[in-house]
Design a protein around this ligand. Structure first.
Ligand code: AMP
Length: 542
């Protein structure tokens, strides 16, 4: 017997409808690409999204079309997403930090028919336009006053373009499993792979991630996603914030400490989210200026491991709670969050930091396990590590075009490629990417643990650890460090600092100092390039 409840397809445009009707006056504040801070609200954003949908349809775009966006976080980018989804087309976010050739490859792979592009990134589209035979229309996210001269014959100014319709439009209705969005993985090995979100998975992910023990977003909060909409579905915030009616602050293209601080302060942001590298810049700015964060309550940190020293600084020096989170483009993206269960809530000092260093526990809707190489589940004892696998309604079941089939098994478990352990309370800790663990004498050393420890040294700005081949042990860890400006720590000082805090055989065999550590387009340390850089390196002792 079926239940006798209504079919109410989980469609993303219902989120913006809800936001407009229940939280219509709640503001969306953006640092515009043209410069000034601009203010709109959910009612206006919905009205403009309807125009986007109507105008796209007028141009002949329809259900299933892939429409790219190459843009910063702004209200315009948000309304464009909803407009695209509202006709059953698919927003396809592009990461401007990729090489132009990679962007062209991804656009062709996805067969994007049109692109919404910020002024900042127009030169990228101009440079690759000849390689994009499928691309029919370039909509530049600005008005005619700011529209630059361009060699593209198919480029229009966004405000003029949507100005040609009246917004008298009804969202289309279709199956909730219809594709809504697309985002390619960063492709640290091989070509990038396309993840395709559905309306259903986006809505469920927003419901899952707004819960009090997850992101904990509500209508009385002001949230600033510094994490870009082009990285991993904006951690779902473009859906979660309107779903609960939170005030949204969109930081646009300025990512420096001062610019981020200005918005946090002037717009009284209560919660924000980004990768650790952004927070390194902010903390450095705060240390240099002596400024404080009186309005901010919570910062969500993920994308790569949040160092213990960062959590400590936010909490002890600025009174801001840190929620360490783990996720992947393939998970829509949130997979675990480090809010504290009652079992851990009363912990203080180091004991609390020990838990916060972990990536947290899976919310409802994410099943998680760690397995050995034979796919046997490992115990939740907080130390036995293995391959991390997940499944759930907002986890990818396949990649676009059938790539990467080996990552999915018959029971729909997705092999994340991360190595982790889970403790008795369900808190998961990533110890490495499977390809980055250092295999020393048949046992594994976590490069992430060593990096986290090293950045706790007061003279260290950033640290990376890679395995270097060793005649006796196969591989041993090499610690690569960028010192803080005007500091000159020595190898011995660093090793002394680490000594006693980790097992003896985990100690790096050497420390080298560099000016720069390569990063991927999503802010992770690019271990492949680093290994390439040090491929001739030999340990003095080896
Ligand atoms: P992306 O799809 O670009 O978000 O990358 C996902 C990968 O980033 C994961 O598989 C992890 O390797 C890494 N990652 C994300 N969050 C964390 C975290 N909190 N700690 C360590 N690694 C993380």
């Amino acid at each position: 017997m079926h239940g006798l409840m209504q079919e109410w397809p989980l469609l993303c445009h219902k989120i913006i409808d809800y936001a407009a009707s229940q939280h219509g006056k709640r503001e969306i504040i953006s640092r515009s690409v043209e410069g000034p801070i601009v203010r709109t609200n959910y009612a206006e954003a919905r009205a403009r999204a309807l125009k986007v949908a109507q105008r796209l349809e007028k141009n002949g775009f329809t259900l299933g079309d892939r429409i790219a966006t190459l843009a910063w976080n702004t209200a315009r980018h948000l309304e464009v997403w909803y407009g695209i989804m509202g006709i059953g087309a698919i927003y396809h976010t592009l990461n401007p930090r990729l090489f132009p050739e990679q962007i062209a490859w991804i656009m062709n792979h996805a067969e994007d028919r049109a692109i919404f592009v910020d002024l900042t990134f127009l030169p990228i589209v101009e440079a690759i336009a000849d390689k994009l035979p499928e691309l029919e229309l370039v909509i530049v996210l600005t008005d005619s006053a700011n529209m630059p001269a361009t060699r593209l014959t198919n480029a229009v100014a966004y405000e003029d373009w949507i100005g040609e319709v009246d917004g008298d439009f009804t969202w289309h209705s279709f199956d909730e499993k219809t594709a809504a969005g697309m985002c390619y993985t960063s492709g640290t090995t091989g070509d990038p792979k396309g993840v395709v979100y559905s309306h259903r998975s986006n809505v469920l992910h927003a419901l899952i991630s707004c819960q009090p023990d997850a992101l904990g977003i509500a209508s009385n909060q002001t949230i600033m996603p510094v994490v870009p909409m082009f990285h991993a579905n904006a951690w779902g915030i473009a859906h979660t914030a309107p779903m609960v009616g939170a005030t949204l602050v969109m930081p646009g293209g300025r990512m420096d400490g001062e610019a981020i601080y200005q918005l946090l302060d002037e717009e009284r942001v209560s919660m924000t989210a980004a990768v650790p590298t952004v927070w390194l810049m902010l903390l450095q700015y705060l240390e240099e200026t002596g400024k404080k964060l009186p309005h901010l309550n919570r910062v969500v940190i993920g994308g790569s491991a949040c160092p213990r020293s960062m959590t400590q600084k936010f909490q002890d020096n600025y009174g801001v709670d840190v929620v360490h989170a783990w996720g992947m483009t393939e998970l829509s993206p949130l997979g675990s969050l480090g809010t504290l269960k009652p079992e851990y809530a009363d912990l203080e000092g180091d004991a609390r930091l020990d838990i916060q260093e972990k990536q947290g526990y899976a919310p409802f809707g994410v099943e998680m396990k760690v397995t050995d190489d034979d796919n046997l589940s490992l115990p939740w004892d907080g130390k036995t590590f293995g391959r991390l696998k997940v499944r759930g309604p907002a986890v990818a079941a396949a990649y676009y075009g059938g790539d990467g089939v080996e990552q999915f098994d018959d029971e729909e478990w997705f092999d994340t490629g991360d190595v982790a352990h889970i403790d008795a309370e369900g808190y998961m800790q990533i110890t490495d990417r499977a390809k980055d663990v250092i295999k020393s004498g048949g046992v594994w050393i976590s490069s992430i643990d060593l990096e986290n420890l090293a950045v706790g040294h007061p003279d260290v700005a950033e640290a990376a650890v890679i395995g270097i081949s060793h005649p006796k042990w196969d591989e041993r860890p090499l610690l690569v460090i960028i010192p803080k400006p005007d500091r000159q720590p020595t190898r011995e000082q660093i090793l002394e600092f680490m000594d006693g805090k980790i097992a003896k055989w985990w100690m790096p065999d050497d420390v080298v100092f560099v000016d720069e550590i390569p990063h991927t387009a999503t802010g992770k340390i690019q271990k492949i390039t680093l290994r390439e850089q040090f491929k001739e390196y030999r340990f003095p002792t080896a």
